[in-house]
Ligand binder design. Structure first.
Ligand SMILES: [Mn+2]
Length: 365
């Protein structure tokens, strides 16, 4: 972490030995057919150098034939749809959950790729099937071509070249130029970590802050003593009132922590949970793979909602958020209020009861 994280690229040979595709090509294509899944198709014309990009969903017939080279299918958020991919994602929890974006799977036929580019993300590129040749460059010149629908670097001067085999993984910090080209059919999993700009944060958080500070009684009132002769002029009083309103929204205690937590834990647009009837949670509970649960000093946040909590309940919920599960003994030590809350989340489909398979007798002692 000290040497590489957010600083420089790192190639890890056999980071995940014996990896095999967690989803077959057919399963991946089936996901790309779904309205709930974000997917893109990128086709490169090697003769003209032209790129074409289409957005999903794609039925099988709208994808080029497998025998055709130079195309790639990118499927976002696969961790939300597959437990094994979610488990792989969770192996990257040495980085705070708040930074995690998703797991994208890219399938490519021979020579497929998205061109030389850079991302504003930290990303782990895990080769899962076939081979991909990565070329990278820490060049300063990040200007983009203006003649393509893709973000493709105008000039790319590769400094290093690696061929990744299944199990190999490449970490790239933000703004590191890279180009991955499939050598034969291949699949690569990208585990991405977003890094927000202050503009994006303000854009997301300010409206939420305004929502928190509803105060009907303090509506603006003007105190005109005389009729105005400059009807188009904005009253100075109104200007001061507006400034106060903004300051008030910003100065609410813990407001920014709160809206940040709620926003970070909010599910993506295509995510929905399946509600379920009341169930026995005495055997323990696990978070649904789509559930985002975070906490700070005062609150816990789950799927866009927040709860203020302290003491033993808070400790238990922190455990649930960190471990993504609570064991039977932990549930039994929980307060009634907490169990009620968990039951609510269970019914919302945010958590699930642990189902114990009948233990088989160990034979080898
Ligand atoms: Mn990239």
């Amino acid at each position: 972490m000290r040497r590489y994280w957010q600083k420089k690229p790192l190639l890890i040979r056999q980071a995940v030995p014996d990896i095999h595709p967690l989803l077959s090509r057919t399963q991946l294509f089936a996901l790309a057919q779904s309205e709930d899944v974000e997917s893109r198709l990128v086709i490169h014309d090697a003769n003209t150098g032209h790129w074409r990009v289409k957005s999903g969903p794609f039925n099988r017939r709208s994808l080029p034939p497998m025998s055709q080279s130079h195309w790639t299918l990118l499927v976002q958020g696969v961790d939300l749809h597959d437990d094994q991919v979610a488990q792989l994602r969770d192996q990257f929890r040495f980085i705070p959950d708040a930074r995690l974006d998703d797991v994208m799977i890219s399938y490519a036929t021979d020579q497929g790729g998205v061109g030389p580019h850079f991302d504003s993300y930290d990303v782990f590129l895990l080769q899962v099937h076939g081979q991909r040749r990565w070329r990278i460059s820490q060049q300063q010149d990040l200007s983009l071509r203006d003649d393509t629908p893709l973000k493709v670097l105008r000039r790319f001067k590769a400094q290093e070249t690696w061929v990744l085999n299944p199990g190999d993984m490449l970490y790239l910090p933000p703004h590191c130029a890279h180009e991955g080209v499939a050598m034969g059919e291949c699949m690569t999993y990208s585990i991405g970590f977003k890094a927000e700009t202050p503009q994006a944060l303000a854009q997301q958080l300010l409206p939420r802050l305004a929502d928190v500070s509803k105060n009907e009684s303090a509506r603006y009132r003007d105190r005109l003593q005389v009729a105005t002769e400059q009807p188009a002029r904005i009253p100075v009083q109104l200007q001061a009132f507006a400034q106060q309103a903004l300051l008030h929204a910003l100065q609410q205690k813990h407001a920014s922590d709160n809206v940040l937590g709620e926003w970070l834990s909010e599910p993506k647009a295509q995510v929905w949970f399946e509600t379920q009837g009341p169930q026995d949670l005495q055997q323990g509970v696990v978070l649904d793979r789509k559930t985002k649960m975070l906490y700070d000093q005062r609150c816990i946040y789950i799927n866009g909602e927040s709860w203020r909590c302290a003491g033993a309940d808070a400790r238990m919920l922190h455990l649930l958020a960190d471990k993504k599960m609570l064991k039977s003994q932990q549930i039994q030590r929980s307060s009634d209020t907490l169990v009620e809350l968990l039951q609510e989340w269970l019914q919302a489909g945010w958590i699930h009861p642990i189902i114990h398979k009948k233990e088989t007798l160990g034979l080898g002692g």
